[in-house]
Design a protein around this ligand. Structure first.
Ligand code: GDP
Ligand code: MG
Length: 236
């Protein structure tokens, strides 16, 4: 081999973090991995007022919310993936940020719609969720988890109606169609199509924890939402 001069440094000078979608996803997943438990609240007024962007995860019991949070944060037990649905009645907050700093928060909201829960409890949860989604000042985005084999159900639609005005004002909204590994390709395409019609301008992605489908895209979306909330002038 003949000796050659070193290549021009132009490519190497580019910031490695966001050079490609894959690099952006890696950066986002590294950031999500910093998630740690912050606090839990049984009632809205117990939630601390926070200045950092907050991303709420909502969904029916058993939709795959805990699994998605654990997969995105790459932590097996952060959001307890329950075999007994309907038991997580609190709002759990998880802090995100490198070096112990907090630059965003994930809010794991109570799963709803579990049949065995008494009606009064269901109605209480519905009120708490609606109040949270309407009044939470640092709310920066909402992620709705939905098992596409069942589609959006009545309680999903009610929540959609609650947040629709905020989505129309620009609140980022993502429907994650979970358990995509249970659908074949044409069923996936059809589920995407239906959910896009229902999302009212929000985004829709297929997601599978075991197949890791949609994990990088969802992570990148979450990171971008927080970046946009932190630097509103960059958004356009
Ligand atoms: N096949 C498959 N099963 C999943 C997936 N995500 C969750 N599940 C299963 O669905 C059930 C409910 O999941 P969980 O995360 O506890 O739902 P949650 O009630 O919304 O928090 C559990 O048995 C999970 O193992 C997925 O992506 N694929
Ligand atoms: Mg759960």
């Amino acid at each position: 081999m003949t000796a050659r001069p070193a290549p021009a440094p132009a490519a190497a000078a580019a910031r490695p973090d966001a050079a490609t979608p894959a690099a952006a996803a890696r950066e986002a997943l590294g950031w999500l991995h910093t998630a740690r438990f912050l606090t839990t609240a049984a009632q809205l007024h117990q939630l601390p007022a926070l200045a950092v962007p907050e991303i709420a995860f909502v969904g029916r019991s058993n939709a795959g919310k805990s699994t998605a949070i654990n997969t995105l944060t790459q932590q097996t037990q952060l959001a307890f993936a329950s075999r007994k649905p309907g038991r997580t009645q609190h709002i759990n907050l998880f802090a995100l940020g490198r070096q112990g700093g907090t630059d965003a928060v994930l809010a794991d909201l109570p799963g709803y719609g579990y049949a065995a829960v008494p009606l009064a409890d269901k109605q209480r949860w519905q009120r708490v969720m609606a109040n949270y989604l309407v009044t939470r000042e640092n709310l920066a985005a909402v992620v709705m988890l939905c098992d596409p084999r069942h589609g959006l159900q009545e309680l999903d639609e009610i929540l959609l109606e609650v947040i629709r005005p905020r989505v129309e004002q620009g609140l980022p909204f993502l429907i994650l169609l979970t358990k995509a590994d249970k659908l074949n390709r044409s069923e996936q395409a059809r589920a995407l199509q239906i959910a896009r019609l229902q999302a009212g301008g929000g985004s829709v992605m297929l997601f599978s924890a075991p197949k890791r489908q949609g994990v990088e895209d969802a992570a990148t979306w979450l990171r971008a939402v927080v970046d946009a909330a932190a630097n509103p002038s960059d958004a356009a």
